[in-house]
Design a protein around this ligand. Structure first.
Ligand SMILES: *Cc1c(COP(=O)(O)O)cnc(C)c1O
Length: 392
């Protein structure tokens, strides 16, 4: 972190226009991925769900420590052609024939089928390509995980086959000669901070998969728990307890047959903490008694706090240089709303957080901006300049 601040201060001296950049702590990310991979039991593999951040520099960094990648479109799968030796799996609720053909043709590790019709379509394409393929059925479980931000199980969603429909689905799928059910996929949650809840979810997945393997006379070799391990954006001091999770996980995974590959395909938890978004303060003011700081940038670069209606974690980097022969506007001891350069009241990054001082020309440094940040944002709205991308 001190590095990030020092770097920003140096860059501020050379800038020719207001500062706006994404900064990636590439080294930190690499170390984190290495530690996570090393702490998992032998039969558990770590994949990266690249939709969290498909930046090629980050893919190149993570590829050294993950066993595989999860892609959710043909575009993502194409980006993975740089990693021929890694395992690849695909997901997505509306896969095109081209995407499925590419997956079958490239003999990827696993296709996650999201519906009965998709299974039928995979069988049809596999037949035309003269290949038999193993698929994993994505199941929407009856029971959801605790109280995470976005849940995709235990309630209706567009993802997977609901658990109660599995018997009917298996009757159809068992008749399809060019596919074989070789596994199950259970991605069910996003931004879960409760390690105990994640453990009981994993136990439920293993138990269900074992049950179905027997019941439907399958020979499976793959169970994917999905991603969904979260980041404590709201700084409640209750981050996901990875140590506890890694310590207790073997008691669950040891109950799975050794021939199964068990997978966590993490996105947010691998990439989120290592991205920073820095934006220069252009104006400060009070309006109807509320304190605002408007930055060069905004939710068209970092949409996450607008999408979740939350305050994104930030700090102020104080910049001493002041180029104008004019007074320097500032706000002191206010609950600050940090907003962007867009002409819409929805362009809000921070909603009334305490701030001891903020001045025009300071930098707001947003933390936890490595996942679901730049690529989920509407860059072209208002045609403002894009941020620089800086790799540390
Ligand atoms: C988005 C997604 C992930 C990654 O989720 P995170 O919450 O970022 O860990 C994993 N698997 C599937 C199928 C996904 O759609």
């Amino acid at each position: 972190m001190p590095n990030t601040e020092r770097l920003i201060k140096e860059m501020m001296k050379m800038k020719t226009s207001p500062f706006c950049a994404y900064l990636y702590d590439v080294k930190g990310m690499e170390e984190h991925a290495r530690n996570l991979a090393a702490s998992l039991p032998e039969k558990v593999n770590l994949y990266y769900a690249m939709k969290a951040n498909p930046d090629p520099v980050l893919l190149q960094t993570l590829n050294k420590h993950v066993d595989g990648f999860e892609a959710a479109s043909l575009g993502e799968l194409d980006k993975l052609s740089a990693y021929p030796d890694h395992r690849k799996v695909i997901s997505g609720p509306a896969k095109t024939d081209d995407f499925l053909k590419a997956a079958i043709g490239r003999e990827i590790r696993m296709i996650h089928a999201e519906s009965i019709w998709e299974a039928e379509r995979i069988d049809h394409i596999a037949r035309m390509m003269g290949k038999k393929v193993g698929i994993a059925l994505r199941i929407n479980l009856e029971k959801a995980i605790g109280k995470a931000r976005l849940t995709m199980a235990g309630k209706p969603t567009q993802f997977g086959i609901s658990e109660s429909e599995l018997p009917a689905a298996m009757e159809v799928i068992k008749q399809l000669p060019f596919i074989e059910v070789s596994g199950f996929h259970f991605h069910s949650v996003s931004n879960n901070l409760d390690a105990e809840a994640h453990l009981s979810f994993a136990a439920q997945c293993v138990e269900r998969a074992k049950h179905w393997e027997l019941l439907y006379h399958l020979q499976i070799d793959y169970v994917n728990f999905g991603g969904g391990i979260g980041i404590d954006y709201e700084q409640t001091d209750a981050p996901f307890n990875w140590e506890l999770f890694a310590e207790k996980l073997p008691s669950i995974t040891d109950t799975a047959p050794d021939r199964w590959e068990l997978v966590f395909e993490l996105g947010r938890y691998l990439a989120g903490p290592f991205g920073f978004y820095a934006a220069e303060v252009m104006d400060v003011k009070e309006n109807h008694g509320q304190a605002f700081a408007a930055v060069r940038g905004g939710t068209h670069h970092l949409r996450l706090p607008a999408a979740w209606k939350m305050s994104h974690p930030f700090e102020i980097v104080e910049i001493e240089e002041w180029p104008y022969p004019l007074r320097r506007p500032e706000l002191k001891g206010k609950e600050i709303w940090i907003t962007g350069e867009l002409c819409t009241p929805n362009d809000v990054l921070v909603r009334g957080m305490p701030c001891s001082r903020i001045r025009v020309g300071d930098i707001v440094l947003f933390h936890q901006a490595g996942a679901y940040a730049w690529t989920i944002s509407h860059h072209d709205f208002l045609s403002h300049g894009k941020p620089e991308m800086i790799y540390m």
